[in-house]
Design a protein around this ligand. Structure first.
Ligand SMILES: Nc1ncnc2c1ncn2[C@@H]1O[C@H](COP(=O)(O)OP(=O)(O)OP(=O)(O)O)[C@@H](O)[C@H]1O
Length: 297
């Protein structure tokens, strides 16, 4: 199911503009919503999940008015909130069974089938009778996905699900999400570029409540292919380089500082062309050095 968001705005009572005229078209498949902390991702996710009101704008899931027909949306929605907590003394089976009852699965035999199936799908079947207090972060997040999948939702919203997972757990979690994303609309909110690079066919970059860039990760990376330059620099050189060039990232590589800059022509100063990545797209956009829509208009 396609989700269409038009001119969505939300200002909190304290004056913080969390969403500023956001418009997005989210097709079926995995969609990455990428942005730094405080960008407005959770606010957007909560509005889409019918848990929070906006000030203005419209959201349609196919022909369902998401802002108006909340019950209809909830029938089709699975949501993993950012702060999903579990009851430490309860087992995975007991808690999922409890959520299944809340979802309206009253037939015991059918419920057992669904709960067992989801625990298998999320690789928790072997540990289903263990208390969740002993679960790792990755196991908890996989449980979070299991509960989000109850009721066979068509739209699944996951808010920063990989924060705090170790690399191995992240890979497992990615595999789980990509299986789900094959036939559903999945919105993955994250500040981790590789989550989107690994998983998403479509994406948007959001900062300070505004959508800065939207498209297919591969195409967006291709578009800046000739504009990313790199060189190593000493700590002393950095301030001057930052002043004279559109520096988009500085990171340590084997103990040395690697500087990436955005420039449509050779920036000189010893910079060499380098292979662009989605990370370059993200940092160039967030830093305000890259705004293709503005150029086009
Ligand atoms: N209930 C609230 N009252 C006032 N301001 C809020 C409230 N919730 C969020 N904000 C502010 O709105 C802005 C957007 O927050 P939001 O949580 O949507 O961003 P985010 O991209 O999800 O970031 P994070 O990953 O840190 O949650 C931030 O400046 C935040 O401080």
């Amino acid at each position: 199911m396609e989700l269409r968001i038009r001119n969505l705005s939300k200002t909190y009572a304290n004056g913080v503009v969390a969403l500023d005229n956001v418009s997005l078209r989210i097709p079926p498949g995995m969609f990455g919503l990428l942005g730094p902390n405080g960008a407005g991702k959770s606010t957007l996710m909560r509005i889409l999940a019918t848990l929070q009101e906006c000030d203005s704008g419209s959201v349609f899931l196919s022909d369902i008015d998401v802002l108006d027909e909340k019950d209809a949306v909830r029938q089709l929605l699975g949501y993993l909130p950012q702060d999903f907590g579990v009851y430490p003394k309860v087992t995975a089976y007991e808690l999922l069974d409890h959520f299944a009852i809340l979802k309206g699965l009253s037939n015991k035999a059918r419920r057992r089938e669904v709960v067992d199936g989801l625990l298998q799908q999320t690789n928790l079947f072997e540990v289903r009778h263990q208390r969740m207090g002993g679960f790792s972060g990755g196991m908890r997040q996989r449980f979070g996905i299991a509960q989000a999948l109850l009721g066979d939702p068509q739209l699944i919203i996951v808010d920063e699900p990989t924060a705090g997972l170790d690399p191995q757990e992240r890979v497992r979690f990615h595999n789980l999400l990509s299986d789900i994303g094959e036939d559903k609309t999945v919105i993955l909110s994250t500040h981790i570029v590789s989550d989107v690079a690994d998983l998403c066919a479509n994406m948007a970059i959001i900062n300070k409540g505004q959508v800065l860039l939207c498209g297919e990760p591969q195409k967006l990376t291709y578009d800046i292919e000739d504009s990313i330059w790199a060189r190593f620099a000493t700590k002393q050189e950095l301030p001057l380089l930052q002043k004279q060039h559109a520096v988009i990232s500085t990171r340590l590589l084997m103990g040395r500082t690697l500087v990436h800059v955005y420039s449509e022509r050779d920036p000189g100063d010893g910079f060499e062309p380098t292979q662009a990545s989605l990370e370059d797209v993200y940092f160039a956009t967030i830093a305000g050095h890259y705004r293709p829509e503005e150029e086009a208009s």
